[in-house]
Design a protein around this ligand. Sequence first.
Ligand code: HSE
Length: 428
Amino acid sequence: MKVGICGLGTVGSGTFNLISKNNSEIERRLGSKVHIAQVGCRREHPDCNLSNVDVSYDIFDVVRNPDIDIVIEVIGGLDVARSLVLEAIRNGKHVVTANKALIAEYGQEIMDAAAEKGVQIKFEAAIAGGIPIVKTITEGLAANRLEWIVGIINGTSNYILSKMSDVGCDLSFIDVLKDAQKLGYAEADPTFDVEGVDAAHKLTILASIAFGIPFSFDAVYTEGISQINASDIGYARELGYVIKHLGIARVQDDNVEIRVHPCLVAEDHMLAQVKGVMNAVMVGGDASGSTMYYGAGAGSSPTASAVVSDVLDIMRASEGKTAGNLGFDNGRLVPKKIVSIEKVVGSAYLRLIVSDQPGVMARISTILSQHEISIESLIQKNTRDDYADVVIVTNAVFEESLDLAIKKLSSMEDVRGDVTRIRVAEFF
Ligand code: HSE
């Protein structure tokens, strides 16, 4: 089969070079080499030797090239990528993409078009780079009824939180973000990373393949890390936690929770050890129990590893060697209600800045008890003249009770500014 690569940025160049480097090993495994028939890019990449390849500076030439069987879409972005992929499908080509935004937001349209044409869409590289999590869910855990997924799936946020958690680190949020950008991990628009959008894209796809539900990006509760500050990290540490940005999807009877937000994770939990730009995904199945996968979540070569494995699956399937196309279960999706965040139960860390007056703690506990919220841990510190930080970890309650209590706490005369709330991760 002949392959065309659209895009020669970080992932495209990594894919081109990985195929060139490992083609003999690929041939040993598959019986044939991967033949790159054309590369479409705006400009050539200094790391790629394109002397033996047909290069076009119009990426649409690749999807219109009648010699090409498999199109690799690694241009990123949404609208052009969507047109490109839909045109490739119309032209009868299989598609491999690393584009999580495209699949999370236009996945259904793309899968429907592919089903009509009888071609495959593969997207292993869209989630957690070098971790083969799509294959794990759709093949390795295929015998299970999957119950939950919890993951650190945005390397940039994890890098920032890890750096901010280093004792003695006095770098600002922006400086740390710049570091992550230099490492080539951050999205073109880094607000996608720090505001949780990138993780929400990835979790949308994971929830769909794990639970057999339609892509539900618009229903994902999404919160990023931009509000997390050094004092929250310090108090969390005192309480025995680290702060991580998690994607959590969980079956609740006939409904599903899908949410992305910062969480307090017990410092001895395995996810607390996932540092820097690394990713980790835990999946719970009724037969397998709890399982965990760890690796580089982005970067040229780890993401290329996922892209090329998808290409090889398509090549194998075309020769009837393995099913290879177990993946998105188009046509068998069962819509489920996505639980709104108010109906999620969990405990939370609250930080309030209060005036240092007699009776303040009593007034705070009265409000909490009115909403049947009890205090599991409490820290109070006088951080500046006349004001104190009060940090509370609550018991597990419905988010809506906590919302009401926080609203009342914020309007207390003794409370200055907003109440900080970070959810505590509970593992199922
Ligand atoms: N911006 C993403 C991250 C890159 O930081 O994890 C991989 O999707």
